[in-house]
Design a protein around this ligand. Structure first.
Ligand code: MSP
Length: 717
């Protein structure tokens, strides 16, 4: 079974389907934007393209998240799936289909796939005891009680009678397949990781679960639900119509399968490069042509993720700088396949430098001058001089190199090559200064120079704009209109990129009125985006403070949150006054945390601590959380692992209080945590926050708590 390397006349590409346990953030938007750019370029090249995205809605993780939110899993999933789809629409992403794994068409297809695998002898029943990571929805090969090797969270021991897929039968076939299709998985780091995983030996895989119900029932054995990864991966075929009797669905499946590219995050390579091709081979279905893994978007040094609390929303960037700015930044700044940092400062710098002062300014200079000197009508360029030949040659070579770079997903270099051309066009204008008539130049000569220079610069802009269309669809459409070329969307439908060559802007074309493209971002742009993010996290808390975590966007409710800053809480209540409480701090380095030490000043109010201002204090985000899970950490007798609920999210915290608190007594208790503490690892587990407690003279901690009812997530200030 080999993938075909020929250029297809149709192209099918997919994003991963997103878990609906948390709202979308920039990390999710990244993969979807990359796919959107690819889909737009393919369509503009006349390739019949199908771009699929969607949501992954089953499994234990979603079931638990829904329970915490006091919703049914279906209600919960519907609300968050709506947020993903709504955001993709708001960003103008051009997906052709959005699949939800709770849809009938998907369930039917998954059951068909499961039955096929079973009928073909690749699924058998057995019993299983192993470690399961609920967060990754993955079986992991570690000792009971040990953390997940991928995410560091504690694994659960699962003992169930399950259905197994004969993955072991595919070890050799997969290795042969990778060998025959060296381009199947990229980047190289992914390829190496997958090869070493398969070469390490494949064990049969449990593909059903029996201890919870939120999933697709196994055909003819409804006590079991299909393992969420088999369910999820199948979306790529069920969305096309696999398992349907409808001839239109069957035709779509026949036309678009196998997929040309599954774009995924690097941490889910094993599922896409090992399990997925093995399932398909076993079912007798062709395997996808390629899997491409993107790196992670990092923010404040860590992978952007809800559980770390370091997310930025695409809506924020869109509101201040526009969707194109976000697309440009992600594709230009991060070499595809590598991890990349997101920062508001870098974003604004790129925006002002490359978009406002670069491309935007170039377009506005040329369009304005064509209006000023030629009444908005493109003049005939006349004969080329050396300067025009140089700019044309440069444009033609950019045109030749951009496609292969883009198609190789090397967006960053592809864009760099365009910006070299933008700078050159700018330099060409400046060098020829069509706005300045030297005294020794005749009027006729000057008019000829103006015509030549402006027509040539406008032509370079036309080519640049056409190439940029997949990345900056809104801006490109505006420029296209200003150049008098009509609607770019229409041009894109008639495969305008295939005919793109120097010389397409005819003399006599009427430019439309100039319109600003990328207005310069003011100094406060960063602050405005940060404020929007703060606002959002506050409204998430307020939404949660009604008692249930409401996954739907809701107008902020006025929640009573903690005591006002200027009113100090009574000294007797350790909870309300963080200054009077000694935090149960994580231990230094990798050592097990020591019992909290009592610094002398904590018993002597007004002691030796330096004074801080209110600005210092507000940097510490203290919030109310409820303990959901509390357990001892194996081989660490002072350490407890807690899972706490902040109303708007759950997270794991490690605390050195095991000698003072029985874990079971903590469950359900409302506590105070430092919510914006940088994550740190202890015993291989990540701690995302710190508990507040008063520290007694003998070192015993007394956890801060409340006498009145307080909503989860409420901030102490
Ligand atoms: N549901 C599975 C995928 C099933 S595909 C058949 C899943 N969902 S996820 O919501 O956790 O992640 C979806 C995608 O978002 C993954 O590709 C993941 O890498 C990506 N990202 C989530 N956070 C990210 C960043 N901070 N940066 C880049 N991509 C990130 O896994």
């Amino acid at each position: 079974m080999t993938s075909q390397a020929t250029t297809p006349s149709r192209y099918y590409l997919t994003t991963p389907i997103y878990y609906v346990n948390a709202r979308p953030h920039l990390g999710h938007a990244y993969s979807t934007i990359v796919c959107d750019a690819i889909a737009r370029r393919k369509r503009a090249l006349g390739i019949d393209t199908w771009f699929l995205t969607g949501t992954d809605e089953h499994g234990q993780k979603i079931e638990r998240s829904a329970k915490l939110a006091n919703r049914t899993p279906q209600e919960f999933a519907t609300a968050i799936a709506g947020e993903f789809r709504g955001l993709w629409d708001q960003l103008g992403l051009s997906y052709d289909d959005f699949i939800r794994t709770t849809e009938e068409r998907h369930k039917r297809g998954v059951q068909e796939l499961f039955a096929t695998l079973r009928d073909r002898g690749y699924i058998y029943k057995g019993s299983y005891t192993g470690q399961y990571c609920v967060s990754d929805e993955a079986w992991v090969d570690v000792a009971p009680g040990a953390p997940c090797p991928d995410c560091g969270r504690v694994t659960e021991t699962v003992s169930e009678e399950n259905y197994f897929f004969k993955l072991s039968a595919f070890e050799r076939k997969l290795l042969e397949f990778y060998e025959a299709n060296p381009g199947f998985m990229q980047p190289e780091s992914t390829r190496r990781e997958v090869l070493s995983f398969v070469r390490g030996g494949l064990k049969d895989l449990s593909v059903s679960r029996a201890s919870f119900t939120w999933g697709i029932p196994v055909p003819d054995d409804e006590k079991h639900v299909v393992y969420v990864w088999l369910d999820a991966l199948a979306n790529y075929i069920t969305a096309l119509g696999y398992g349907s009797d409808d001839p239109a669905d069957q035709a779509r499946f026949a036309k678009f399968w196998p997929a040309d590219m599954h774009l995924i995050g690097k941490e889910i390579s094993r599922f896409h490069c090992v399990y997925w091709p093995a399932f398909l081979m076993a079912a007798g279905i062709p395997v996808p042509r390629s899997v491409r893994a993107n790196g992670w978007l990092l923010f404040d040094q860590g992978k952007m993720s809800k559980s770390r609390g370091n997310i930025v929303r695409a809506e924020t960037v869109q509101a201040i700088l526009g969707a194109d700015a976000l697309r440009y930044f992600l594709l230009r700044e991060i070499p595809f396949g590598q991890d990349g940092n997101f920062s508001f400062d870098a974003l604004v710098q790129r925006y002002n430098g490359d978009l406002a002062n670069g491309y935007g300014n170039l377009v506005s200079r040329v369009v304005n001058m064509v209006h000023k000197y030629f009444g908005g009508v493109v003049p005939a360029a006349g004969a080329e001089t050396a300067a025009e030949i140089a700019l044309r040659t440069h444009t033609e070579s950019t045109l030749a190199e951009f496609g292969p770079l883009f198609d190789d997903l090397n967006f960053s270099e592809a864009l760099k090559s365009i910006w070299v051309l933008v700078a050159e066009t700018d330099g060409y204008l400046t060098a020829n200064a069509p706005w300045k008539k030297p005294t020794d130049r005749t009027d006729a000569d000057h008019a000829a120079l103006q015509a030549r220079v402006l027509a040539t610069a406008a032509e370079a802009i036309r080519v640049i704009t056409a190439l940029l269309y997949p990345i900056l669809p809104d801006a490109a459409a505006k420029v296209w209109r200003q150049l008098g070329l009509g609607e770019l969307q229409d041009a894109a439908k008639s495969s305008f990129l295939t005919q793109l060559a120097w010389g397409g802007l005819n003399a006599g074309t009427h430019f439309t009125e100039p319109a600003p493209l990328f207005p310069r971002a003011e100094k406060d742009a960063v602050e405005r985006m940060q404020n929007l993010e703060d606002e959002n996290s506050r409204s998430a808390v307020e939404a949660a403070s009604g008692g249930t975590a409401n996954p739907e966007p809701s107008a902020p409710k006025s929640a009573a949150i903690a005591a006002p800053a200027e009113k100090p809480a009574p000294k007797a209540e350790p909870a309300a006054a963080p200054v009077a409480a000694a935090p149960v701090a994580p231990p230094a380095a990798s050592a097990e945390p020591a019992a909290p030490q009592v610094p002398p000043e904590s018993l002597a109010p007004g002691g030796s601590s330096p004074q801080i201002t209110i600005d210092d204090f507000v940097k510490v985000e203290l919030r109310v959380a409820q303990v959901l899970v509390a357990e001892r950490v194996p081989k660490a007798d002072k350490l407890l692992r807690l899972e706490v609920d902040l109303g708007y999210e759950k997270r794991q915290i490690l605390a050195g209080i095991a000698q003072y608190y029985e874990p079971e007594k903590l469950i359900g208790r409302k506590i105070v945590i430092v919510a914006n503490l940088a994550p740190r690892k202890m015993r291989g587990l990540e701690s995302n926050g710190m508990l507040l407690a008063a520290s007694l003279p003998d070192g015993a901690p007394v956890l801060a708590s409340f006498l009145e009812e307080v909503p989860l997530g409420a901030r102490l200030k």
